[in-house]
Design a protein around this ligand. Structure first.
Ligand SMILES: C[S@@+](CC[C@H](N)C(=O)[O-])C[C@H]1O[C@@H](n2cnc3c(N)ncnc32)[C@H](O)[C@@H]1O
Length: 274
């Protein structure tokens, strides 16, 4: 087996081991699993860091490199904003894991009063450096802790490309529901679990240190999202699994190997149970 294939098999072994260690041992013998995981990719050392430290390092280049998941996510959120007439005038919006503020500014431009939350100072600093930042309330906070906001404080809650870094989804889903007012809506997106099975995860190349940095992530199943959402008392209005297409490959040639594979998982939610 070539190196890339071995890495994929090792990833699958890790994923299955989380759910069923016996099956993992049967399906992916140790000799083919962890022991064979390469520690370098394209000549760069692979480094797994706690998400906060990793994003602090990623911040300077996060907005520079075009990312297919970001493009897919943007399309869905745009469709959602079109559905509400692009009119969030006066709506109170919360962007959880806002990063450099990509969606915070989108919501602000649609007229919302935005609160943007992240635990990476590096990412927040980039967000705060952009034009219009004075209108956005940036808050440093770890999403593994209860949200520092009152019940029903927001009309719109978004959390995009963040959940792969959250080990326990349910407490965060409960908090999202608590802070979203009845009549409001929520939008969530995440790397599709099938991408993780294919060895994909959030990562960036740190050319200065010659390292491939991977913010620590956790393997969730689609059912973890769905049951967590329903148990939190949220309703699923829309759920989509966005597949790699030829059109995406035209814009992002490296996605060719993902044609036909689910790449992004998205949900539009209602804070009340139907
Ligand atoms: C891939 S970026 C996505 C940023 C933005 N939502 C977007 O779609 O462009 C993931 C962000 O989640 C943040 N994040 C991850 N785990 C977090 C946590 N426990 N608390 C707060 N922020 C977190 C990271 O710091 C990073 O800014």
């Amino acid at each position: 087996m070539d190196r890339e294939r071995l890495e994929r098999v090792a990833e699958i072994g890790d994923f299955i081991a989380l759910r069923n260690p016996t099956a993992a041992a049967d399906l992916v013998p140790a000799a083919v699993g962890r022991a064979a995981k390469p520690d370098r990719i394209r000549g760069m050392k692979i480094v797994v860091l706690p998400a906060q430290a990793a994003y602090d390092r990623w911040a300077a280049t996060y907005d520079v490199k075009r990312n297919p998941l970001v493009a897919m996510d943007r399309k869905v959120l745009d469709k959602r904003l079109d559905a509400v007439g692009r009119d969030l005038n006066g709506a109170r919006a919360l962007d959880l894991g806002c990063g450099t503020g990509r969606n915070s500014y989108l919501l602000q431009n649609a007229g919302a009063k935005v609160t943007a939350v992240d635990f990476s100072k590096g990412m927040l600093d980039v967000g705060i450096s952009k034009a219009g930042a004075a209108e956005i309330r940036f808050v440093t906070h770890d999403l593994n802790e209860p949200l520092p906001f009152a019940d029903a404080a927001f009309d719109v809650v978004v959390c995009t490309l963040v959940l792969e870094h959250i080990e326990q989804l349910s407490p965060l889903f409960r908090e999202m529901r608590r802070v979203c007012s009845p009549g409001g809506w929520l939008y969530l997106s995440d790397l599709h679990p099938m991408m993780r099975l294919r060895g994909e995860q959030a990562q960036f190349s740190d050319r200065v240190r010659d390292e491939e940095v991977r913010p620590r992530g956790y393997a969730h199943m689609v059912s973890d999202y769905v049951t967590g959402i329903l148990e939190a008392g949220l309703s699923i209005r829309e759920m989509d699994e966005h597949i790699g297409t030829e059109a995406l490959v035209e814009r992002f040639p490296k996605t060719e190997e993902h044609i036909g594979w689910p790449m992004l998982l998205t949900f539009v939610l209602d804070p009340t149970q139907l």
